[in-house]
Design a protein around this ligand. Structure first.
Ligand SMILES: C[S@@+](CC[C@H](N)C(=O)[O-])C[C@H]1O[C@@H](n2cnc3c(N)ncnc32)[C@H](O)[C@@H]1O
Length: 329
């Protein structure tokens, strides 16, 4: 846990973080199918590639959510009591929380912002984005969602409202039982009257969904394959990048887009710092990310079962994306 926005994106990751990465890689590559958790996609290069993905014409989530925030931010912050604390889980560039902070400027009170992200690069980007706002103070937590949430909730002032932002359809990376558990954990960290603003991507035509995760410029392919580069660098692995291919598939039964890295040949890969040797069949894949898609009413049902009531929902009809504001009961 780091309570400052200083860490450099080029610095070597802390030893403990590398050990945790090694442990989880060894565990998850032994599963069937083989897996790597999507949080490991976000090293310095991964975070920069994600920012590029957000600018691709085929990845519409970021622009749709920014449109809704730009138009409706003042309604979203209206229920919060002063002094306001904003807490963003997985802040990325910080551009979205900045839109909400702008909407709070007219209250003439300082706004505390807690940024939680596993990626030092994302925290640095957010610091730059929020640096020009004089009425905000920012605390960065280089941590997982769960750790950062617990830590930030302990640091909030005794009075005032807190709004948790979980945007960019990050909730879609959790399978339904895990999302229920995580939303309950968020609720547990809050007080009655606090808010949760949840961004979720909606079901749409399969062609559109797949283009968002397998773009013609191959930026998403680079983002996905970079986790192999990361394992080579941090864990001493010998993945041959030319023998793996990025693939995005729509799983209609689970209503999720899955990203995979498919082995093009039968091969053996060594990962010394994880103390494993992994055998791949030709065509076997590592499953690196899930992105579940929803209908607007499903979001309300999912979150309402975890101790929140729904306050308002806004939908971008053009890109089929929704933002829902919940209040802790
Ligand atoms: C898909 S990006 C979304 C960024 C931003 N919220 C947006 O809407 O554009 C996910 C962000 O969450 C961070 N992240 C992913 N998994 C995480 C985890 N388990 N704990 C903390 N941060 C995580 C990544 O580093 C990345 O910055």
């Amino acid at each position: 846990m780091v309570n400052s926005l200083i860490p450099s994106s080029v610095a070597a990751p802390p030893v403990e973080a590398v050990r945790g990465f090694a442990r989880e890689v060894a565990r998850d590559l032994a599963l069937t199918p083989k897996q790597i958790q999507s949080k490991y996609l976000y090293d310095a290069l991964g975070s920069s590639l994600f920012e590029s993905i957000c600018r691709l014409p085929w990845y519409r989530i970021t622009r749709a959510e920014a449109r809704l925030l730009t138009r409706r931010a003042s309604e979203m912050v209206a229920p919060l009591e002063d002094p306001v604390t904003l807490l963003e889980l997985g802040c990325g560039s910080g551009e979205k929380v900045a839109l909400l902070a702008e909407a709070l400027r007219s209250r003439r009170r300082r706004v505390a912002i807690h940024l939680i992200d596993i990626s030092p690069t994302a925290l640095e980007l957010s610091e730059r984005t929020l640096g020009s706002l004089e009425h905000v103070s920012v605390v960065g937590h280089r941590a997982t969602y769960e750790e950062g949430l617990r830590h930030a909730a302990r640091e909030r002032p005794p009075q005032g409202g807190l709004l948790v932002l979980f945007l960019g359809s990050n909730i879609g990376n959790f399978d339904p039982p895990a999302s229920h558990d995580f939303l309950s954990e968020i609720r547990h960290a809050l007080r009655p009257g606090d808010g949760l603003l949840l961004g979720a991507d909606l079901v749409k035509p399969v062609k559109e969904l797949l283009l968002a995760y397998d773009d013609p410029l191959s930026v998403t392919a680079a983002f996905n394959k970079n986790v192999l580069v990361r394992m080579n660098r941090e864990l001493g692995a010998n993945f041959d990048l030319t023998s793996f291919e990025h693939r995005a598939i729509w799983n209609p039964g689970e209503r999720r887009v899955e990203m995979h890295l498919v082995s093009l040949v039968e091969q053996i890969v060594r990962i010394p710092r994880a103390d494993v040797t992994v055998a791949f069949e030709k065509g076997e894949s590592i499953w690196t990310e899930s992105s579940y898609k929803y209908e607007p009413h499903e979001i309300v049902e999912l979150v309402s079962g975890t101790g929140f009531r729904s306050h308002a929902q806004w939908t971008d009809a053009e890109a089929r994306f929704s933002l829902t504001l919940f209040v802790a009961k």
